[in-house]
Design a protein around this ligand. Structure first.
Ligand SMILES: C[S@@+](CC[C@H](N)C(=O)[O-])C[C@H]1O[C@@H](n2cnc3c(N)ncnc32)[C@H](O)[C@@H]1O
Length: 204
């Protein structure tokens, strides 16, 4: 049954569309690879079809963009496809995945891939942080603590897609949270969490 479902034509079309855009940026950026680190979720890419809902009107020319857990870099591809010249960081814990993404995106001088734990390597100059549910609640809490300190005196925005651990921000009472809906493509294996995202800014 799962096999038949995978062959569903609309879903094949959607995957092909994603892959075609990937190949404009040098290689396949989808698929799943498990991340064995405690609390970490594996790779799994944001669908291109929803990216404009997440980012349109939210990126300023002087923003420094950070994909927290960039995996194979599909979100970075999309940022580049929009002609953005902003400084971009991809943070990835899985060494092989991070090295492949770094190799593929080497032609883009505004892109830096940092390999290691994202919280330990959060760039101080980052202003817009994207998360596609990369890790569990404990690590989201570490991220929020680190970000709070980093945000002092400057504009910082978090875009949290499939925000399973949004409560971490809600209970802290020092974040302004806008919860929004995502229209997901009709074909594809989308869960309830994929139909939501949050835009989070510090209250200061
Ligand atoms: C769901 S994928 C999202 C990939 C990409 N952001 C996208 O939306 O297409 C989450 C990624 O976060 C990475 N990750 C999980 N925990 C991490 C951590 N502590 N530091 C850096 N990367 C991490 C995983 O290895 C995985 O590649």
């Amino acid at each position: 049954m799962t096999f038949l479902r995978k062959l569903w034509p609309a879903e094949i079309l959607r995957s092909c569309k994603n892959a075609l855009t990937d190949f404009r940026y040098g290689g396949f950026s989808g698929g799943y690879i498990r991340n064995p680190a405690p609390g970490a979720h594996g790779t799994g890419a944001t669908d291109y079809a929803i990216m404009s809902q997440l980012f349109d009107g939210r990126i300023h020319p002087d923003d420094v963009l950070v994909d927290v857990g960039c995996g194979r870099g599909r979100v970075i591809n999309w940022w580049l496809s929009q002609g953005l010249a902003n400084r971009i960081y991809g943070l990835e814990q899985l060494r092989d995945v991070g090295e492949a993404t770094r190799r593929r995106l080497r032609p883009y001088k505004n892109v830096t891939i940092i390999i290691g734990d994202a919280i330990d390597h959060l760039p101080d100059d980052g202003t817009l942080f994207y998360l596609f549910n990369p890790f569990d609640e404990r690590i989201v809490r570490r991220f929020a603590d680190r970000l709070w300190r980093l945000a002092e005196g400057k504009r910082v925005t978090v875009i949290y897609f499939a925000p399973v651990h949004l409560d971490v921000f809600k209970v802290a009472l020092c974040w302004r949270i806008k919860e929004l809906e995502v229209r997901v493509p009709s074909a594809g294996q989308f869960e309830e969490r994929h139909k939501r995202f949050a835009v989070i800014t510090p209250v200061n």
